[in-house]
Design a binder for this molecule. Structure first.
Ligand code: FE
Ligand code: FE
Ligand code: ZN
Length: 287
């Protein structure tokens, strides 16, 4: 079964998120660990977490994908911004252990003119400070559109980070379809080649989640404006290939489209319809 969901508000806690996901017929979801634009985080209620885990287990669903706040910039030129990033990251990793074994996704950061090498050094520095050998959470670096001085606009830049992280087995990658398209990767005409590049640079085993978004802008625009599935420059046919690709089809797909509950439920239903269940795949493979 296709694993798909959207971003759900975390303001009412874990059980509420789980129930909201079920309402939209989602079997995974994303949520912000705290206000996406701010810093404060609500205390976690272990009873609430327990009820969520029970609900999720009963359904047979697996991982969820938490998202760090957008304001987290590990490679800012301002020491206080870097300190906020480190403290938030470390605190989020502690919070993630209430729900062991999930994903925590973050934007690598913007080097704001210090250059890619210095940016990479600062990002890896934060990771080396915060990752712990006994953590059960896998941290995901997100592929970025390359807006401004964003790091992660190419698979090579993410490789540079990985190469400087000691506990790199704790790190995976989250591929955002809008971002890679805006960064210049042709996932419409040449998905196979893009995934080959990914494999050669990062290794497909690092790929743990997909943010599934259409784009308002052409390939290589470095803009990062998400569109609803099928309403942008990537288009529905490309998404059909993406969700069914052997290297991607078992990953969690997270919608970050500009939509409302009804719209997300519609996108989830539409993509489920396009998903070939395993028997169809093996049948076509043996032909
Ligand atoms: Fe993101
Ligand atoms: Fe994203
Ligand atoms: Zn984006």
């Amino acid at each position: 079964m296709l694993k798909i969901g959207n971003h759900i508000s975390s303001s009412k806690g874990y059980e509420a998120m789980g129930r909201q996901a079920l309402k939209l017929k989602a079997n995974t979801f994303a949520f912000f660990t705290r206000n996406p634009r701010g810093g404060s985080a609500k205390a976690i209620d272990p009873e609430d977490v327990r009820r969520f885990q029970e609900l999720w287990k009963k359904q047979g669903y697996d991982r969820i994908v938490a998202h760090a706040p957008y304001t987290l910039n590990a490679c800012s030129d301002k020491p206080e911004v870097r300190r906020f990033a480190r403290e938030t990251f470390a605190d989020d990793l502690k919070r993630m252990e209430y729900t062991p074994g999930n994903y925590y996704n973050f934007h690598p950061g913007s080097h704001v003119g210090q250059g890619v090498e210095e940016g990479v050094r600062l990002i890896a520095g934060m990771l080396n400070e915060c990752l712990k050998p006994d953590q059960t959470t896998t941290v995901l670096l997100e592929t970025m559109a390359g807006k401004g001085s964003e790091i992660g606009r190419s698979f090579e830049e993410l490789r540079m980070i990985l190469d400087q992280v000691t506990l790199s087995e704790k790190i995976g990658i989250c591929l955002d379809t809008c971002h890679v398209w805006d960064a210049g990767y042709d996932i419409v005409e040449n998905l196979e080649y893009v995934l080959e590049e990914f494999d050669n640079t990062l290794g497909l085993s690092r790929l743990r989640a997909v943010h599934i978004n259409d784009s308002m802008n052409p390939k290589g625009s470095h803009k990062d404006r998400h569109a609803r599935i099928g309403e942008g420059t990537i288009g529905l046919e490309a998404f059909e290939r993406i969700i069914n690709h052997p290297s991607l089809r078992n990953l969690p797909f997270i919608l970050e489209t500009p939509n409302d509950d009804e719209g997300w439920a519609g996108e989830i239903a539409a993509l489920r319809k396009l998903y070939l269940e395993n028997d169809c795949i093996s049948r076509t493979e043996t032909l």
